[in-house]
Design a binder for this molecule. Structure first.
Ligand SMILES: Nc1ncnc2c1ncn2[C@@H]1O[C@H](COP(=O)(O)OP(=O)(O)OP(=O)(O)O)[C@@H](O)[C@H]1O
Ligand SMILES: [Mg+2]
Length: 261
């Protein structure tokens, strides 16, 4: 199953990915994380890696080369959603050269590519690479892919969700985060993926959780669990260390059950 984790900027998508990956790995799954956020550079640190892998963008010859492929395909009359970036019909983890995959304790990281230079152009090629990679990447038995998305909802415009099975939205205690979750649920329904529900994150107390739940309930957005606000997660983040927190991991267990039941 391929699951993408999205939500408002800073709501905790990357943190939730790491906590989820740990729970799944401990259950014996091979967890493949795809970093599709072209801005934030530190997912590899959250996974306890000393360096990120080379990007898929580099494997394709760089962003310019991908832009050229996109132009050529459009000149042939191919419309955006059908753009063919990889020739092969399908690929799996073993088909990727070792430089393009980093691994730590049973969790594998692949990344699309980052914005590197001023004036290098928009991030659309990253979106195309992520979308096409997700469509062509085949999971073997026991493998699960988690996709760490960029903040907000632009990725829906790029059609990235057309390549995943499910969407999870992380909601922090803010009205804006709730509005984004409503939008994510609506956009997911038109993408073909299934909306798995919201994970409430950074919840300070029961009052806050109830308020957040009733706001989401009003718009019929399902909640699949909550993770508290934990100082140790903050501290680890500032130190560039993986967010390890036993209480948060325990709260993640029923969430994983609901998503992967
Ligand atoms: N449950 C939590 N308790 C305390 N701090 C948290 C929790 N979850 C996330 N944080 C902190 O909130 C900040 C944002 O988290 P994170 O980077 O995971 O969010 P994000 O949604 O991936 O952000 P971005 O949109 O920038 O990619 C980090 O400093 C992180 O340590
Ligand atoms: Mg992030």
């Amino acid at each position: 199953m391929k699951i993408c984790v999205c939500g408002k900027g800073g709501s905790g998508k990357t943190t939730i990915i790491k906590l989820m990956a740990d729970v799944l790995r401990d259950r014996g799954c091979k967890v493949i994380v795809l970093d599709s956020d072209e801005s934030n550079p530190a997912l590899y640190r959250a996974l306890g890696l000393s360096a990120p892998p080379c990007s898929l963008m580099e494997s394709l010859g760089g962003k310019r080369a991908v832009q050229e492929k996109m132009r050529a395909a459009m000149a042939r009359g191919e419309e955006e959603p059908a753009l063919s970036i990889w020739q092969q019909d399908s690929m799996s983890l073993k088909d990727l050269p070792s430089d393009y995959v980093a691994e730590n304790r049973g969790i594998y990281l692949i990344q699309t590519g980052k914005i590197e230079r001023s004036m290098e152009g928009c991030a659309c090629p990253m979106g195309v690479v992520t979308r096409e990679f997700l469509k062509k990447f085949s999971l073997h038995t026991g493998e699960i892919m988690l996709v760490d998305m960029e903040a907000g909802i632009e990725h829906f415009g790029r059609g990235i969700e057309t390549g995943v099975d499910g969407v999870v939205c992380v909601v922090e205690p803010s009205y804006e985060s709730v509005l984004i979750a409503q939008n994510v649920m609506k956009l997911t329904s038109s993408s073909g993926a299934s909306f798995k529900g919201c994970v409430l994150n950074k919840v300070m107390d029961e009052d806050q959780e109830m308020n957040l739940r009733s706001l989401l309930d009003e718009s019929k957005v399902p909640v699949i669990g909550r993770i508290g606000y934990y100082q140790e997660i903050q501290k680890a983040s500032l130190a560039g260390m993986p967010p390890t927190c036993d209480r948060a991991t325990a709260e993640m267990v029923p969430i994983v059950d609901r998503i992967f039941k």
